[in-house]
Design a protein around this ligand. Structure first.
Ligand SMILES: [Ca+2]
Length: 152
């Protein structure tokens, strides 16, 4: 299996972005650190914020790895994945409470979710559901990586 997000050229679109320092491309640039130009952050969105990554080849996706934004109010409990063939899957995650410097800075601290069975697709749209707290926030990710293989 390979890191599809890194190995294949990809195109990225999002529901919104906070400003020019927090665009979609920052979530697939390979930089795992937090901060401007490293993260995608939506503009005040929580539930319903989405990021769509289109691959240059048809792939089979087995796994997603996410690096969160650091604030509790920028996270959600559930991620909903849609694929180009119309299939979809919802996966639960956990809310990391309070602002955590480790969450913001540690590249080894990420969440890995298995997509089983693997999905044959040209793109993956990831939507956030069930926000972690009631404060205003800007949902987003430091990085999103899809793991799988190129379809023959
Ligand atoms: Ca990044």
């Amino acid at each position: 299996m390979v890191n599809l997000t890194r190995e294949l050229g990809t195109r990225c679109t999002v529901s919104s972005y906070l400003n020019g320092d927090f665009k979609c491309e920052n979530a697939i640039n390979g930089i795992l650190a937090a901060g401007a130009k490293n993260e995608w952050a939506s503009k005040g969105e929580k539930e319903g914020a989405w990021i769509n990554i289109t691959f240059t080849k048809r792939v089979i996706v087995y796994k997603v790895q996410i690096w969160r934004r650091c604030a509790a109010d920028d996270q959600c409990r559930q991620l909903f994945f849609e694929f180009s063939d119309g299939q979809n899957v919802a996966l639960s995650t956990v809310c990391v409470k309070n602002r955590s410097w480790r969450l913001c800075t540690d590249p080894n601290l990420f969440t890995e979710l298995n997509i089983s069975p693997g999905k044959l697709t040209n793109w993956v749209k990831l939507t956030s559901y069930n926000k972690c707290d009631n404060h205003a926030g800007n949902f987003g990710f430091r990085e999103v990586q899809y793991i799988g293989r190129i379809s023959i």
